[in-house]
Design a protein around this ligand. Structure first.
Ligand SMILES: [Zn+2]
Length: 148
């Protein structure tokens, strides 16, 4: 069991489950609140559950650019300053074992032990994302965090 922030729990309840991409969206939303406040635009180069979190967290205009299919977010303030956040692939990549288990589950071929192993791997990935610092989570981005 993972203990999470109440806002993240609410997002997960709405989303249906706590998944790694939702957690990434929540972490991006936390940075967006600091960087954009309540005004600005987010261009998301992703197609994932992260958007569910972002759409629920702020009043920002969200544009989708799913061409690259990665976790890259452009936070554009109303003063036209831009902060680019890119989540490194090692934090996004679920791993071959998890992908194989997911395939078995979707085909109804997984044993109870394999289903438990799947959930354990998901929890581990969620924990890695939750415990990463902003600098580690967004290490590929242009780190121009504004200090208030
Ligand atoms: Zn999800």
């Amino acid at each position: 069991m993972i203990l999470v922030d109440l806002e993240l729990k609410t997002l997960a309840d709405r989303h249906g489950y706590l998944c790694p991409d939702l957690v990434i969206g929540w972490r991006v939303g936390l940075v967006a609140r600091r960087y954009l406040g309540t005004r600005g635009t987010i261009t998301a180069e992703c197609l994932s559950c992260a958007l569910d979190a972002l759409k629920a967290m702020g009043p920002w205009e969200i544009n989708l650019d799913p061409i690259k299919g990665r976790h890259i977010y452009h936070l554009i303030s109303d003063k036209r300053q831009e902060l680019v956040l890119e989540v490194p692939l090692y934090l996004v990549w679920p791993g071959g074992e998890l992908i194989e288990l997911e395939r078995q589950i979707s085909r109804c071929e997984a044993s109870p032990n394999e289903i438990a192993a799947y959930h354990s791997l998901i929890d581990r990935q969620v924990s890695r994302i939750l415990t990463a610092s902003d600098v580690d989570l967004f290490s590929q981005g242009e780190l121009v965090f504004s200090q208030d």
